[in-house]
Design a protein around this ligand. Structure first.
Ligand code: SF4
Length: 79
């Protein structure tokens, strides 16, 4: 995920996805996001990552353990 964040928040270099290929976090249509979500489940930066995605209106990929459909639903509840 480190390549998808332009602002390089301080936490990103220690995130588990920084040690993984970014493709895992952007599953193609019909592919599962389960591997990315599994990685996120052990990441100590889930909360700031999710907050970053919400603050920056990220629409694609897995952030903070949520896939894009789950992020969309969360945004819908917050609106
Ligand atoms: S929660 Fe997932 S996407 Fe977010 S920084 Fe951690 S591993 Fe990366």
């Amino acid at each position: 995920m480190s390549q998808r964040i332009n602002e390089n928040p301080m936490w990103i270099s220690g995130a588990l996805c920084a040690q993984t290929g970014p493709d895992v976090f952007f599953p193609e249509q019909g592919e599962t996001a389960e591997l990315a979500k599994q990685i996120c489940s052990g990441c100590p930066y889930k909360d700031p990552c999710l907050q970053y995605a919400l603050d920056h209106d990220e629409r694609f990929g897995v952030w903070g353990g949520l896939d894009q459909a789950e992020l969309r639903r969360l945004r819908g509840r917050a609106a």
